[in-house]
Ligand binder design. Structure first.
Ligand code: ZN
Length: 187
């Protein structure tokens, strides 16, 4: 789970702007146990601005990931373009119940690190931002699904459907029927 290339050195970071450029591929997502992302070719450009004790991190992740199409189960390449703005803060995260700036898409996320921490691991943050940017429903554009796969899946579903979908209803009806009869018998 180590991604040394995704580490921002907090100690020894020069004042001013430092830029990092990291590649995230298939292995990156695999290391998080993510089997949904079959392939990836992402570049994260991370600009770190240090001024006094303040560290601002602006991260832009561009590229593509390959997932399965929900409709035809063929490979589906999704473009990825995410930006994340982070403010690195030292100390413990305040436990104020009210969610601070939740409105406003430009809201920056605060990342809390211990004063003793030498570096900030950006891998989890990059992973989360990419995963959250992916659509819930992943389909090829209309008409671009693999027609053979769609046909095969439809056939498979209809065969299974007769057994797997109808049975629960039949069982439920039988159950309701039986319990109904039992109540009558008891009376
Ligand atoms: Zn498809």
């Amino acid at each position: 789970m180590e991604h040394p290339e995704f580490l921002i050195p907090l100690n020894g970071l020069a004042s001013g702007r430092t830029e990092f450029r990291w590649k995230a591929g298939k292995e990156f997502f695999g290391s998080f146990g993510n089997a949904e992302i079959l392939d990836a070719d992402l570049t994260a450009v991370v600009a770190v601005e240090k001024s006094g004790h303040d560290i601002a991190v602006d991260c832009s992740i561009e590229g593509m990931v390959t997932v399965l199409c929900d409709r035809c189960l063929d490979d589906l390449v999704l473009p990825v373009s995410v930006v994340a703005g982070l403010d690195v803060k030292y100390g413990r995260q305040p436990v104020s119940g009210s969610g601070d700036t939740e409105d406003g898409s430009e809201a920056r996320e605060s990342v809390y690190v211990q004063a003793s921490e030498q570096e900030l691991d950006m891998s989890q943050i990059i992973y989360d931002y990419v995963c959250l940017s992916l659509p819930m429903q992943r389909f090829h554009p209309e008409g671009q699904c693999n027609p053979e796969s769609v046909a095969r899946l439809r056939a498979g579903i209809s065969v299974k459907g007769t057994e797997q979908v109808r049975n629960p209803f039949a069982a439920l009806e039988g159950f309701l029927g039986d319990s109904g009869e039992q109540t009558e018998n008891n009376n």
